[in-house]
Design a protein around this ligand. Structure first.
Ligand code: ADP
Ligand code: MG
Length: 763
């Protein structure tokens, strides 16, 4: 027991000795935690910087990039003696040359050119930076365009031994997600659909679902309600999904390629990311599209259902060209809704999203016309993106057009300036009008005050007059008494003169006379006091009348001022209306100028294109050689796409114009309405003021007798008299309220599944 106790006490001592070390360790751990937090913060900052830099790099490369890929000649083509018409000498610089019948040559330049020798991994390596963008929260769209049989499906899907962009993209998505698992979590889901004859078909649905439509969510992104979204957690699941979609794809046959797809096959990968360091959540979409063949109808020799398919394909591909063109020219209206294809891709085309187009071509001389057509379409997309300003060549005609363009721009700027000045003027006038209104209100208040004073003066005058009347009544009474007393005195004196009367009587009578005389004196004293009071009252009355006439004068002055103010205000409003008209005119001219500008720009573009073509053809060998036989037909298609694009562009100005015209017109009509309301209120005021003014004149000219009658009338009808004055004020207040209501904002700115079985994926 003792030994155990000793051992325990030893352990207890050791423990006690270890405590200082423990606190040191705790402090060290805390320091490490703080360091860790600091590092996390720095890491987050760095990640943010990386994201931004990556995006800048992608944007510098262009948000719409075009890669050209040429497949090798197939065994059949070689055996049938077909020749390669594609020259890859400048492929490293992005140049590709098409030779027709060994004579004429046409050069095209793209962001990247892949030769038949380039493998799937080489092709994917250039597309992979976009995958990082998807994980960073950007929408991306990769699509393959070209004639049937040129390798679109090969590039996008690939084979089990030679995987394409789709599979490799998903593989990389999982790889990067795994690398970033410490800092972020990613949820990936895949949808596979096709657009066939302008109808959406869900390729992952087990049974045909009801008609699928594109809807816009409240957050603004586009989605297809009822579409199967297969949640994928590893690459094996991805491959299963891709296979299922590929097998379900609608296929048709024609004499170009028996198994060519006549629909757009679309793979949509939705990435929901959560940043574990700052809790930030993003949702982005990656569209991988294998477009239907771009070949023209004549070549495919089709009828009936196949003809309808081909027409729909042509229409949607034209719509795609129009959307890309509108995006590149930064047009206000992007015609996304012209086809199901562009409507579905709306979130991933435009804005800060990134698009990559693979233009697939055949090397065979048999397909040269279609090859040129595809390359023309793709170079239009690329040329627009890079902008015509980069071209160096210049001619006199071009110079002239440029000068005209510059002049038109200058004019536009001048119009803008005058527009701005007019707007400023309008604002100033509005501010002035507001000031005048305030002044009017103040004056009206003063008038009300003075009218109140006038009323009280009239009231006190009435009471004074009453008092005066009472006093004069009393005076009369006293005078009557005096005369009575005088008569009595006279009688008594008569009596006194009679001799028969005794002395005592005389004495009594004398006494009486004295008393009466005393009384008389008293009465006279009273009378003089009453007379004094009456005089005083009369003086006061005069004073009050004087005050009243002064107040009336003031009211008249104020009313005159009020009228002047209102006149000034109406003049200002007239000016504002004039300015509004001018504004409208200026904006109309501006819109016209913009249309002119656009015309000129398109002319410049066409001229530059022609020039480039001329430069391309004007090699010594080409000059002698005859033109392409298939080029005219191809440029017809190009023209068709351009025409549809131009027709859309042409449609923009009216909407633009209407937008421009709406603003000022609405503003002017608003002003007019305001002015009308104001005029109405002014008219109302004048009508109301007229009797009041007449009354004032009457008041001034009335004689004292009339005045008494008037005062009597006033005292018997005070509410009516007051109401006259008040109704003027209240009508003004009502007019002001109407005016306010008529102008809520003084300035108008000048500047909107059920039932379907799934393959076990989440819908
Ligand atoms: P599309 O989808 O444009 O109609 P496909 O992808 O079906 O064309 O390709 C037609 C044929 O050409 C396929 O047999 C395909 O394997 C082959 N092919 C296409 N591109 C290449 C390439 N780069 N290398 C080898 N074979 C290719
Ligand atoms: Mg295909």
């Amino acid at each position: 027991m003792k030994q155990e106790q000793a051992l325990l006490s030893l352990e207890a001592h050791d423990c006690a000795n270890a405590i200082p070390d423990l606190s040191k360790m705790i402090a060290a751990v805390q320091a490490l935690v703080a360091q860790c937090e600091d590092l996390k913060l720095k890491y987050y900052e760095e990640m943010d910087k990386r994201k931004k830099l990556h995006n800048i790099v992608q944007e510098t490369k262009g948000n719409i990039r075009v890669f050209c890929r040429c497949r090798p000649l197939s065994k059949d083509e070689v055996s049938s003696g077909q020749k390669c018409v594609v020259d890859f000498d400048g492929a490293n610089d992005g140049d590709i040359v098409i030779t027709n019948a060994g004579t004429s040559k046409k050069i095209f330049r793209f962001d990247r050119v892949f030769t038949p020798k380039d493998d799937q991994d080489v092709v994917y390596a250039d597309a992979s930076p976009l995958v990082t963008s998807v994980l960073d929260g950007y929408n991306v769209c990769i699509f393959a365009y070209g004639q049937t049989g040129t390798g679109k499906t090969f590039t996008m899907e690939g084979t089990e031994r030679n995987r394409g962009v789709n599979y490799r993209t998903l593989e990389e998505l999982f790889k990067i997600a795994e690398e970033r698992k410490e800092s972020a979590t990613y949820d990936l889901s895949v949808s596979v659909l096709e657009v066939y004859n302008e109808q959406i078909r869900d390729l992952l649905a087990m049974s045909p679902s009801k008609k699928l439509e594109i809807k816009q969510s409240s957050e603004g992104y586009h989605h297809v309600p009822g579409l199967v979204e297969a949640k994928v957690e590893n690459i094996k699941e991805v491959w299963d999904v891709l296979l299922a979609g590929s097998n379900a794809r609608a296929v048709g046959s024609n004499n170009v390629n028996e198994h060519s797809s006549r629909s757009h096959c679309m793979l949509c990968i939705t990435v929901k990311a959560k940043n574990l360091l700052n809790g930030e959540c993003t949702s982005s979409k990656l569209w991988l599209v294998d477009l239907a063949g771009s070949e023209r109808l004549a070549k495919t020799d089709v009828q009936g259902e196949r003809l309808k398919e081909a027409q729909n394909i042509n229409r949607s591909l034209s719509a795609l060209g129009d959307v890309i063109s509108a995006l590149a020219t930064k047009s206000i209206h992007i015609p996304y809704r012209n086809s199901k294809l562009t409507h579905l891709l709306q979130d991933s085309l435009g804005g800060d999203s990134k698009a990559l187009m693979f233009v697939q071509i055949s090397p065979s001389d048999n397909d040269v016309s279609e090859t040129l057509s595809s390359l023309n379409f793709a170079s239009r997309v690329r040329r627009i993106e890079l902008g015509p300003a980069k071209k160096q060549a210049d001619t006199v005609e071009l110079q002239k057009t440029k000068q005209m363009l510059e002049r038109a721009k200058q004019e536009g700027r001048l119009k803008d300036d005058s527009l701005r000045k007019l707007e400023e003027n309008l604002q100033n006038l509005e501010a002035k009008a507001k000031g005048k209104e305030q002044l009017c209100k103040n004056l009206q208040e003063k008038v009300k005050e003075l009218e109140g004073q006038l009323d009280s003066t009239a009231h006190s005058q009435i009471t004074s007059e009453k008092q005066q009347r009472q006093l004069s009544g009393k005076l009369k009474e006293k005078e009557e008494m005096c005369t009575a007393l005088r008569q009595k005195i006279v009688e008594l004196e008569c009596k006194l003169r009679k001799p028969r009367q005794s002395d005592s009587e005389v004495e009594i009578l004398k006494q009486m006379i004295k008393e009466l005389e005393l009384k008389l004196k008293e009465q006279e004293h009273d009378r003089s006091a009453v007379e004094l009071k009456t005089k005083e009252m009369e003086l006061r009355l005069k004073e009050q009348e004087h005050q009243r006439s002064v107040a009336e004068l003031k009211i008249k002055e104020l009313e005159l001022k009020l009228k002047e103010q209102e006149h000034q205000r109406s003049v200002a409003e007239l000016k504002a209306r004039e300015i509004g008209h001018e504004l409208l005119e200026t904006q109309r001219t501006k819109a016209m100028l913009q249309i002119k500008l656009r015309d000129l720009e398109s002319k410049t573009n066409v001229q530059e294109t022609n020039m480039t073509l001329d430069t391309a053809i004007a090699t010594p060998r080409e000059a002698k050689s005859p033109p392409f036989s298939g080029e005219e037909a191809m440029s017809e298609k190009e023209k068709h796409i351009l025409r549809s694009s131009n027709s859309l562009n042409k449609q923009q100005p009216p909407s633009d114009k209407s937008c421009v015209a709406d603003g000022p017109e609405a503003a002017v009509s608003e002003k007019k309405r305001k002015g009308d309301a104001r005029n109405a209120s002014i008219g109302g005021e004048q009508e109301n003021n007229a009797p009041a003014a007449g009354q004032n004149v009457g008041r001034k000219r009335s004689l004292p007798g009339e005045r008494e009658a008037r005062l009597k009338r006033k005292s018997t009808e005070p509410p009516q008299v007051k109401n006259l004055g008040r109704s003027t004020a209240s009508s003004r207040a009502a007019a002001a309220a109407t005016h306010k209501a008529a102008a809520p904002s003084s300035r108008v700115p000048r500047q909107q599944p059920g039932g379907t079985k799934t393959r076990g994926w989440v819908r």
